[in-house]
Structures are given as C-alpha cells and as structure tokens.
Ligand binder design. Structure first.
Ligand code: 9MR
Length: 397
C-alpha cells in the first residue's frame, strides 16, 4: 500500500475505534474490556451510568477513593440529599445553593450529566413549610404559590445544567397504606389535591424548556394485576398516560429500583415489558435509585460465608436483571445506583429491625463486589441485534 493509503486506513481504524469506544488490541496493549469503567463500557450503548452522591463523603479528604470512583466510574450523578427542599431553602426565602452547586461543578469537571432530584416530594420538606401549613398560617392559595415559586427558583437556578429532573417523586400510595386502594398520597395531595402533579410539570417546563421532566417512584419495576386499585405500576402508567393525553410536559418515568434479596423481585422479561409499555406512551425511562439490600442476620454479621454468599449472588442477579432490561429497551436512558459503596448507603440507617445492608456494588472498603462484576459483564457482552444504542428523548413542548 502507498503511504497515503496506510494513513487513510489508519485514520479509519482510529475513527471506528473512537466511534465504538473500543481500543484496538495491539501487541503492547491487548484490549481488555474488564479493565474499563462502567461509564466507558456503557457509552457503547449510549447509556449513562450514574450514582447518587453523598456530599459529605465527596468532601471528605480522608476518603479519596469515594471522590475518585464517583468521578471515574459514572457518567451521571444525582444529589442524594442536597437538592431537596429542606437543604435548598431551610429558612423561608433564603436559598442555600452551595452544596448543590458544588455537585454540579464536580459533574462538569468529570464530563458527567446531572439528574436533578427532587422538586416535589412529601419528605425532607423544611419545617417552616410543614409547620406553617399545620398551624394555618399558610393557606391553600399561598401553598400553591410557594410550590410554584420553589419549582421556578430551583429549576431556573440550575437551568441548562440538568439533564433530567425528578419533578414529582413518590406521589402514589402502596398497597400496605390505608386505605389500601391505591391513591395520591402525602402532603401535597392532601393539601392541594392531585392536580399539583400536572402543575409541577408545567411550572418546571416553563423554567427550563430543555430539561427532561420525570415522574419518579419505587415498586414500579413490573406490572402486576393490571388493576390500578392494587397495581402501583398500572396506577403510575395510567397517570402518565392521562398527563400525556392532556398535553402536560412529562418526558419520562423513573423507576427507582430499590430491591431486596429477601423478596421475589422480577425477571428480566417482566421488567423489559414494563419499560416498553411506558415507552409506548412516548416516554423515556430510567432506573434512578438502584440498590439491592439484604437482611443482616447474626450469621452475616459474624462473617459466615454460607449466609453471605447467597446474598451477594442474589444481589448481583437483581442488579443484572434491571440493567439488562434497561439495555434491551432503547428509551431507557440511564441506570443510576443509589450510592456505590456499603460505606455510604441509606439502607442500614433506614432498616434496623431486622437490620439490612450490603445494598451496593462496592463493599465498605471499596472492593468491587460480585454485583459490580455482573454489571460490567452485562455491559460488555450485550449488543446488536437485541441491544442497540439509546433513542435520545427530546423535551415535549
Ligand atoms: O438516601 C437518602 C437518605 O440519605 C435520606 O435520609 C432519605 C430521607 O428520606 O432519603 C434518601 O433518598 C431517598 C430518595 O430521595 C427518594 N427515594 C427513596 C430514597 C431512599 O429513601
């Protein structure tokens, strides 16, 4: 070949490798996908892999591994707490943007996208708000205005920097609530009625027309009976369908993915079917808070491998089920873990009777667990014809 042909062939090879995000094997550096990060492996599918970030851990100089892995393994981040109302506006009218801005800056430095979490939720509200409503000093009309102002201020502040916003979070009850017939639950439904959901999406869209707007909830990984009175996924599906039909600017549904090895959970095909059904409404989907917890029996706590191993395996299988389903459905845009190390996980603090833990993909010493390896294997060994790159979602006008 003439030198110019060699050059052309070389350029094509480099461009192809870059496009596919693979490094060609050479004698000196054989390509080994298992050494790649989750984010790099996910890139081939156009998928973003994320984590919730605990700002105290990120800022702890004594624990550099947290920051390193948060920056290197993930292509999207979510604020675990610092974009919640009680953090952003602890005193009425006084916003504390610092920690949330710091996360957004960290994301920019590491070429990561940001999932905004969360605009409207019944938990982690500031006391000035809940007490004002309880003592009658804030009436319904004022509450609605406060919500609109909050959404507008927060979305405007981060305008252009948020890929997906969790606009409304966990608005729907669970079968174990009273009454057991599924309904709109919590502070906002109680005080404003269910119409707040559509309002929240409209206000968010007005404040940042380019951000993708999501409804986010747990226990919606698969459909059940199909009856919205007791099937939460069906209830959320019908809610999203109605919002779409009315022209409300909802772009996606986030399935949190908080699973536990003590439950039956789902198989991959059930989860794919659910994602497809949401996609059929013209919606994007995402897994937004994935973790798989286990009961910490006395044996587990004593280090008994006969009790620990099955938990690690079941956990890995459940992570894998959700990731494979997401890979299979082209409108599933991102797969976010709710923390990545057992050292910083909400699970032990939230479940103490019986105690639960082991919910993430790295152990307390930042050693990757079997679940991490399975996620990696899923990203490496899946591809065409059944796994194709994502279909980007455009914000609905
Ligand atoms: O992980 C969060 C934990 O640090 C907080 O104490 C808790 C307070 O309610 O919220 C946790 O995050 C939740 C998320 O915002 C919404 N879905 C459920 C998550 C786990 O509780």
């Amino acid at each position: 070949m003439k030198p110019s042909r060699w050059l052309a062939a070389g350029l094509v090879a480099v461009a192809t490798a870059a496009a596919l995000n693979v490094v060609p094997a050479t004698a000196g550096r054989p390509y080994d996908p298992t050494t790649q990060s989750l984010r790099d492996l996910a890139k081939r599918h156009g998928l973003y892999v994320g984590t919730a970030v605990d700002m105290a851990a990120l800022d702890n100089a004594a624990e550099p591994r947290y920051r390193e892995l948060a920056g290197s393994e993930f292509s999207t981040v979510t604020a675990e707490n610092v974009m919640k109302w009680e953090s952003l506006e602890p005193t009425r009218g006084t916003y504390n943007w610092g920690p949330a801005d710091e996360l957004v800056a960290f994301a920019r430095q590491h070429q990561q996208r940001v999932r905004g979490h969360v605009l409207v939720w019944h938990n982690q509200l500031p006391t000035w708000l809940t007490e004002g409503v309880a003592d009658g000093s804030i009436d319904t009309a004022e509450l609605r205005k406060i919500l609109r102002d909050h959404i507008t201020a927060v979305v405007r502040h981060f305008k252009g920097q948020i890929w997906q916003w969790d606009v409304v979070n966990e608005a729907v009850s669970d079968p174990w609530d009273t009454p057991s017939t599924l309904h709109y639950k919590g502070f906002w439904a109680q005080h404003l009625g269910p119409g707040y959901v559509a309002d929240a999406f409209r206000w968010a869209r007005a404040a940042d027309p380019k951000a993708l707007l999501f409804y986010n909830d747990y226990n919606i990984e698969a459909f059940g009976s199909g009856n919205p009175a007791d099937d939460k996924t069906q209830f959320v599906y019908e809610m999203a369908r109605d919002l779409r039909a009315r022209g409300v600017p909802i772009d996606g549904v986030g399935s949190q993915g908080h699973l536990g090895t003590q439950y039956g959970n789902y198989d991959t095909l059930q989860v794919v079917a659910a994602l497809r059904k949401f996609a059929g409404l013209g919606l994007a989907t995402a897994f937004t808070e994935v973790d798989v917890r286990s009961q910490m029996t006395a044996g587990v706590q004593a280090g008994d491998s006969a009790e620990i191993n099955p938990r690690l395996q079941a956990s890995a299988a459940n992570f894998s089920t959700l990731l494979r389903a997401c890979l299979a459905e082209r409108h599933c845009l991102s797969f976010t873990l709710w923390g990545f190390t057992d050292k910083h996980s909400w699970v032990p603090g939230a479940f103490s009777d019986p105690p639960e833990g082991l919910a993430t993909v790295y152990d307390e010493n930042y050693r990757p667990k079997r679940s991490y390896q399975e996620l990696k294997a899923d990203l490496i060994y899946s591809g065409p014809p059944f796994v194709l790159p994502r279909v980007p979602q455009q914000p609905r006008r």
